[in-house]
Design a binder for this molecule. Structure first.
Ligand SMILES: [Zn+2]
Length: 173
């Protein structure tokens, strides 16, 4: 699996460390936007998952889970963000783009992301029960498909998990 958390503190060289620090800050900044999207879902009593798609340092698509609102089992945050980004670019492919999503994409979304030819998936929390990017399946790295996606995981993981815990705690009460 082509993934792993960044370990910037281990890089001793000033310039390289600064470059990596900037990348980490960018990842966190965009993930914070994805978390804002997830909070919108939580307010609507949806499973709190949010996504942002970035191209050339610009947000070109965003989405939050709307399965209940739209009565559509496929209305995951990533699917909504993908459609928005493709509409924005007026293109069916998203080469050069990165999706930031608070939870590991499911098999459907991982498949859709492969179809989109997106460069990179940055996600927060892993989804051991339904993840399609390394947990249950590893669709994003499957060499039998015609596109593989770079994975970076664990960015603002605790924030993403906290929202999910809030949601499931409320459901139980
Ligand atoms: Zn999904």
């Amino acid at each position: 699996m082509k993934s792993g958390k960044y370990k910037f503190s281990l890089i001793p060289f000033g310039d390289i460390a600064n470059t990596h620090q900037m990348i980490l800050q960018d990842h966190q900044r965009y993930m914070a936007m994805a978390i804002t999207q997830a909070s919108i879902a939580l307010e609507k009593n949806e499973v709190p998952v949010g996504a942002i798609i970035v191209h050339d340092d610009m947000v070109i698509g965003k989405g939050h889970n709307q399965v209940e609102t739209l009565k559509d089992a496929t209305a995951h945050a990533e699917m909504i963000a993908l459609t928005a980004a493709m509409e924005h670019r007026n293109q069916k492919y998203l080469q050069g783009c990165t999706i930031y999503v608070t939870l590991e994409p499911c098999p459907m979304c991982a498949g859709a992301l492969v179809w989109s030819k997106i460069d990179r998936i940055v996600f927060g929390a892993m989804d051991a029960k339904a993840g399609g990017c390394g947990s249950l399946f590893n669709i994003s790295a499957n060499k039998q498909l015609n596109h593989q996606i770079e994975i970076i995981q664990g960015v603002l993981e605790e924030d993403a998990k906290w929202l999910l815990k809030q949601f499931f705690a409320e459901k139980r009460n």
